[in-house]
Design a protein. Structure first.
Length: 125
């Protein structure tokens, strides 16, 4: 469901397609529906820890291909899950990007003030 370019590359690799097929083969029914005693075919694979929120390429790759980070869902449950987590729509994407930027600034500059100065064209000194 992410629109991130790096994520889009990962989601179209042969490695992902094999893993996705393995997850859906192992869990042919929606795991969320099963918890509610419903029987619905699983058609999508959801990343529990979002790939696009990882800070490094290595962490994104690890999350992408970690079978313990995956859940087989039907389309409706996949949409519900993202909606409940606030990960759908333009507003959710904007908030996610702002949070990610703040985390990067804190990581590399140590505090939000220095990072904010840097982003506004100031220096780090």
């Amino acid at each position: 469901m992410a629109k991130d370019k790096e994520y889009q590359k990962l989601i179209h690799t042969a490695r992902w397609l094999r893993l996705r097929k393995a997850v859906l083969t192992a869990h042919p029914l929606c795991q969320r529906c099963e918890r509610e005693n419903l029987v619905t075919p699983a058609t999508e694979v959801h990343h529990v820890k979002p790939v696009e929120e990882a800070h490094t390429r290595a962490e994104r790759t690890r999350r992408m291909y970690d079978p313990h980070n995956l859940v087989a869902l039907c389309h409706d449950c996949h949409v519900k899950t993202h909606t409940e987590l606030g990960r759908c729509g333009k507003e959710a994407n904007r908030k996610r990007q702002e949070k990610h930027a703040a985390e990067i600034i804190a990581k590399f500059f140590g505090d939000d003030e220095t990072g904010a100065d840097f982003l506004n064209g100031g220096t780090t000194e």
